[in-house]
Design a protein around this ligand. Sequence first.
Ligand code: IVH
Length: 502
Amino acid sequence: MNKEVEKIYKRKIKEFQKHNKLYYDKSAPAISDREFDELKADIINLEKKYSFLRSTKSPSDSVGFKPSKNFEKFKHKVQMLSLSNAFDREDLINFEKKILNYLNEKILLEYSVEPKIDGISASLTYINGNLTYGVSRGDGSEGELITNNLKTIKDIPHKILKKNIPKEIEIRGEVFIEKKDFEKIKDNFANPRNAASGSLRQKDPKETSKIPLKFIAYTFGFISENKFKNQSDFLNELKSWGFLTSDYNKVIKSTDELFIFHEQFEKKRFDLNYDIDGLVYKVNSLQLQKRLGFTSNAPRWAIAHKFSADHAYSEILNIDIQVGRTGALTPVAKVKPVNIGGVVVSNATLHNEDEIIRKDIRIGDTVKIERAGDVIPHVLEVDIKKRDGKSKKFNFPKKCPCGFDTIKEFNKITKKYDAVRRCPDKGFECEKIAVEKIKHFISKDAMNIDGLGKKVVEKFWDLKFIKLPQDIYNLDYQKISSLDGWGSQSASNLKFSIENSK
Ligand code: IVH
């Protein structure tokens, strides 16, 4: 199944590359703008649905902007390599064993432990304290010179105002976008990583500055003189030079403790402001790092300990239909509660009617559920081996719960019917749509009435206090204060919050 998805994805990427080249390099497009946009949207949707899909050639790296082919190339003085991965305790033990074998010594190793930020790495060269070159990783040997774009990032100092700094030092770290900032722009990008990448590669730094990028520093590349003893000392120094470093950096002294820390951290990974996909362990002593050196593609002294799979299997107990603000009917699988990466999941979206048919998902099936980052968990596929005679096909309702006949719009360009079934109501007649519209009306993106949450809207709706958005401005606070769980204080707080939002 995943192989099939990957095949489709790769084909689309190839097609996209071809048309992208025709359009931007040769200025001779072979397909219409609309078809080109649709191709891009197809790729982005696939990436959104299947988090394992990723290509550096994806349009999500540059969507919303023209891709720029005009950056000057820049050769890294010290290659920008990647890290080897560890997935379990055995991998970790082997990692340490190899190090000790290589050093041919019996010593207690100390590690600098850092979150593995899921962003885009960048290199900053400071000469006499001045930021002179800012470069992307590129293929590891050669990157793009993007100094002016990097300079728009507030966390990147243009000058290091300290004496005693090396004459030339290359500081490396990760450019990323915080989850809350990604929320505001997510319609254009598959994930925060793609948003950061697309923004960094803008021709015009003004475009880069529109997206609030962050930079966390974590290592050095070329350094003219190195007076640091440990990686942890270097990280502390970076902070004092004005760089942002991770608040979660830590020194740990044994693989057992590394493992325990990893287990604890995995549970809180989703509480962080940014996406991380594991922890990085680096031998703390820089002298030992130097002795250990590199293999052809990764340092011997570091490893990325990835977080466990972001998926689990569970049984579909039922399928509910949710109606959104735009009238889209979304099928949601109610599943036997299952723990995915430390969070109990009992609902998983099935996206739309076509997806249920395409994946042949039935009630009673055991399905693979994925929960990646903050997105709503979704059903990936059926575990067909587990299907018994009892699983039941789901008949997608042709009517909205409000009673209206639903429709699938016909797309004149693709000559296909929309995958999404909708309630045709455009106003407030459909109760499901009306409640969602009111929830949207009070939300942060609209009137921002923070004293009136979604649950309260539902309650007031049931009590018929609110039927239309304007009813919010004619509430009877006397009545509200006498409700269960309310009082005169909370009613007056609500009144204040509504007034405040006007
Ligand atoms: S050190 C020679 N530290 O992970 C290794 N990398 O797979 C230098 N990353 O390309 C990298 N957080 O983009 C290092 N605390 C961290 C990191 C980190 C994220 C990324 C980086 C690198 C990739 C390696």
